[in-house]
Design a protein around this ligand. Structure first.
Ligand SMILES: [Fe+2]
Length: 145
């Protein structure tokens, strides 16, 4: 799979670079090829996997959006909770639904856990969660709805 990274905001684009980054709006030339982005993280820090691979739970019944179709995707980083300190934190989780980028949750080190809930309008398909650690790089999980 071809992977491109936005040098401004760190967003990953799969298959091809977009005309403009959907997160920060930088033009296509802000993206550079980075096919090994996940392999690199794992090779650099294999012991870090348990604290970085997004741990994902699909909840078919949404409590927040009962009036529309909604599948909840609950994600935490990781199976062993990642630290959230000024020097070492999860900076964002990006969510892709059926290969289309859908949204991002950004984090600081101030009073928040590295966890989020995405309320997906689709009731079937594949959801990809990508997280970035400021020290240990990019990690990904895919789940079926
Ligand atoms: Fe980390």
């Amino acid at each position: 799979m071809d992977i491109y990274i936005c040098k401004t905001c760190g967003h990953l684009a799969f298959e091809e670079a977009p005309d403009n980054c959907p997160v920060c709006n930088m033009p296509k030339d802000a993206f550079k090829s980075k096919n090994n982005v996940f392999v690199e993280s794992k090779e650099k820090s294999p012991e870090a996997e348990v604290k970085h691979v997004p741990s994902v739970k699909v909840v078919k019944t949404c409590g927040l959006i009962p009036e529309d179709t909604c599948t909840d995707v609950h994600v935490r980083v990781g199976e062993v909770l990642h630290p959230m300190t000024e020097g070492h934190l999860i900076t964002f989780i990006d969510c892709y639904v059926n290969d289309v980028y859908s949204g991002r949750v950004m984090f600081t080190a101030n009073s928040i856990n590295p966890a989020a809930a995405f309320h997906i309008k689709e009731t079937s398909g594949t959801v990809r969660l990508v997280e970035r650690c400021n020290i240990h790089g990019y990690w990904m999980t895919e789940v079926e709805l």
